[in-house]
Design a protein around this ligand. Structure first.
Ligand SMILES: Cc1cc2nc3c(=O)[nH]c(=O)nc-3n(C[C@H](O)[C@H](O)[C@H](O)COP(=O)(O)OP(=O)(O)OC[C@H]3O[C@@H](n4cnc5c(N)ncnc54)[C@H](O)[C@@H]3O)c2cc1C
Length: 308
């Protein structure tokens, strides 16, 4: 961690909440479910799909995980009532994955029941490497229970290309749906590529394998070089536009690129976080990955126009 990053991370908890709030407001839709639904409706009106993610903090017991589960159940109803093109992203640790896998499954199966009731799709976000295998296992179980779900693979992980093969093989729905991102956590060089170009190269290798296996892929990146390479790759391999989408975090100022993709007929989805836990969440993300500060400053100065 650089000296400046270290100072920022250590002082962040003492910064006035309104300053953290101003910063978080670049990405977070607001405290309430309605804030997330409204922003999703807005991005829909500009020709983009949405995925809503309820921000959560560390959960410590069954009661807290059940609260998260219930909020997700309300989210499906809200999406339907608002009549929006929006699916759902969630983190399994918020449903209790680190407490007990059985508890996590009990919660997840209730969420999947709601998703089935409202015919919606559920994405299981990928967290740090301590839960990579558990997340994949839970996803495979979830797919057997309700096929309209999928997880995320991270291009910085050395295991990712192998994971695609085993997920596709194990997926009895034969309708594998994965998001591909670079990866947001600090991981050791034993398990994760560290070089900037190395991660990009592995992203492209993984993308190629996903396409060859007919995986529906969400290409989640703001890296314009990578976006151009993906565009070239789908064209080279003749991958149909209904088999993939581009995804970006709402608030990241790459409006022009996303508009260009949209105008060329690519599906583009915004990832929109919302919820009352934004403060604790923002501090945690800064602790986990201090580089976020640099990005946040950029997003703060060059505001995305797709949020108002
Ligand atoms: C839709 C979506 C879902 C994701 N889901 C997961 C997940 O489940 N698990 C996981 O580990 N990670 C996830 N991520 C995060 C991802 O792994 C990366 O950490 C993050 O997207 C930055 O990588 P990048 O591909 O944008 O490339 P980078 O090289 O990091 O960024 C490229 C350029 O984009 C801009 N940029 C990137 N991020 C930001 C930002 N936050 N604010 C302002 N500018 C920015 C900067 O200009 C930067 O130079 C997700 C990302 C997206 C977009």
């Amino acid at each position: 961690m650089g000296i400046l990053n270290g100072i920022i991370v250590r002082t962040a908890p003492w910064m006035p909440k309104f300053i953290i709030g101003r910063i978080a407001s670049v990405y977070v839709a607001g405290d309430k479910l309605e804030d997330g639904l409204k922003l999703s409706k807005l991005v829909n009106s500009k020709g983009f799909s949405a995925t809503l993610d309820l921000l959560g903090e560390e959960v410590h017991n069954r009661t807290e995980t059940n609260k998260v589960r219930d909020s997700y159940c309300e989210l499906f109803e809200g999406i339907t009532n608002f009549g929006i093109d929006c699916n759902v992203s969630l983190k399994l640790t918020a449903l209790g994955l680190r407490i007990n896998e059985e508890l996590c499954w009990d919660n997840l199966s209730v969420v999947l029941d709601k998703a089935r009731e409202y015919d919606n799709f559920v994405r299981l976000d990928m967290e740090d490497s301590s839960v990579t295998q558990a997340t994949i296992n839970m996803c495979m179980k979830a797919k057997d229970y309700y096929p309209k779900c999928g997880t995320v693979l991270q291009a910085y992980m050395r295991r990712t290309v192998d994971d695609i093969g085993s997920i596709v093989q194990e997926d009895r729905s034969h309708d594998t749906n994965l998001r591909l991102c670079k990866g947001a956590y600090k991981e050791s060089s034993e398990i994760a590529y560290q070089g900037y170009q190395e991660v990009r190269d592995n992203y492209l290798d993984a993308a190629r394998v996903m396409i060859k296996n007919e995986v529906y892929t969400g290409f989640a990146t703001h890296d314009e070089w990578l976006i151009n390479e993906i565009e070239a790759l789908v064209e080279e391999l003749g991958y149909s536009k209904d088999k993939y989408e581009f995804q970006a975090l709402s608030g990241v100022p790459i409006d022009k690129t996303l508009e260009r993709l949209r105008d060329k007929g690519h599906k583009v989805r915004y990832y929109i976080p919302y919820g009352p836990e934004w403060y604790a969440y923002s501090l945690r993300r800064m602790r986990e990955n201090p580089d976020i500060w640099k990005y946040t400053l950029k997003a703060f100065l060059f505001r995305s126009k797709h949020r108002n």
